[in-house]
Design a protein around this ligand. Structure first.
Ligand code: NAD
Length: 264
């Protein structure tokens, strides 16, 4: 824990969706260690209770679903009521398609899978950004989106997931364009990470968790290991800290063990 008054995010307030597990939880833990107070929007009540237990009044949690506009309104309102301002909004909650191949989906499962995955991974980010923007304009704050190496490359997911993460790349770029110079908009693109990332109910995969299925993936990563959630958290500190990233917008920071240099 950073000594009081010496954190990189002292006095700042952030809001993180999906902050109860995995990459989101690592962001919350690191933001608190850097002196921030944090609001969280999370659908899992057990994970929400763990956040409250571990962080006390530095973290407030709203239980809700990122697919619902009213959940975002409630979490932004609660964050502002309790913490007084909002400096960084991190859209992060997501689900995975477990690399289901396009031809295996068939028409019905494309329709249902698209709705569940895009409403979480893309619409959820748009609704969150929309709810947070007035407060971010007031503070001169920033939006940070969790993307994925699947926003940059094929093969790390199926068509639904890869298309959703490419859509978030477009969202970062368009919002950075529209919101400059008032609100900075950037993304982090993690590669394989040991988390409980879940699958789609529409594909019968709601109970799968990614960390149980990453054996052997390290062989495909130049740096030779699968990351932990905390390996990415410092990039979210960088992007939230205006002293270190005030000239950055529309940027996407890969944190993927070197996929760009895998070689031919
Ligand atoms: P995770 O399941 O550990 O964490 C996601 C959190 O979001 C969970 O606490 C879950 O309850 C919550 N959540 C899911 N759907 C929600 C909804 N509809 N409403 C509210 N909360 C919801 O998984 P993670 O790997 O930490 O995923 C976080 C982000 O990181 C996702 O956007 C994912 O696509 C991305 N990502 C993950 C990996 C990886 O390998 N794990 C790699 C690249 C990108």
């Amino acid at each position: 824990m950073t000594a009081p008054g010496t954190g990189r995010l002292d006095g700042q307030v952030a809001l993180v969706t999906g902050g109860g597990s995995g990459i989101g939880r690592a962001i919350v833990d690191r933001y608190v260690a850097e002196g921030a107070r944090v609001g969280v929007l999370e659908r899992d009540s057990g994970r929400a209770a763990a956040l409250a237990r571990d962080h006390g009044d530095r973290v407030t949690v709203e239980i809700g679903d990122v697919r619902a506009p009213e959940a975002h309104a409630a979490s932004v309102t609660r964050t502002l009521d309790v913490h007084g301002r909002l400096d960084a909004y991190v859209a992060n909650a997501g689900v995975y398609d477990y690399s289901t191949r396009f031809e295996e989906l068939g028409e019905n499962r494309v329709v249902e899978g698209f709705a569940e995955l895009f409403e979480t991974n893309v619409l959820g980010y748009m609704l969150g950004a929309s709810a947070a923007l007035p407060a971010l304009r007031d503070s001169g704050g920033c939006l940070i989106f969790t993307i994925s190496s699947s926003g940059l490359y094929a093969g790390g997911g199926g068509a639904l997931y890869v298309a959703s993460k490419h859509a978030v790349v477009g969202l970062v770029r368009q919002l950075a364009h529209e919101l400059a110079p008032d609100v900075r908009v950037n993304g982090v693109a993690p590669g394989a990470t040991l988390t409980a990332l879940g699958g789609l109910a529409a594909l019968g995969a709601a109970d799968r968790r990614l960390d149980a299925e990453l054996d052997g993936i390290d062989r495909h990563i130049p740096l030779g290991f699968v990351s932990d959630p905390a390996d990415h958290a410092g990039l979210y500190v960088l992007l939230a800290d205006p002293r270190d990233s005030r000239f950055m917008t529309g940027a996407i920071l890969p944190s993927d063990g070197g996929l760009e240099v895998r070689g031919a």
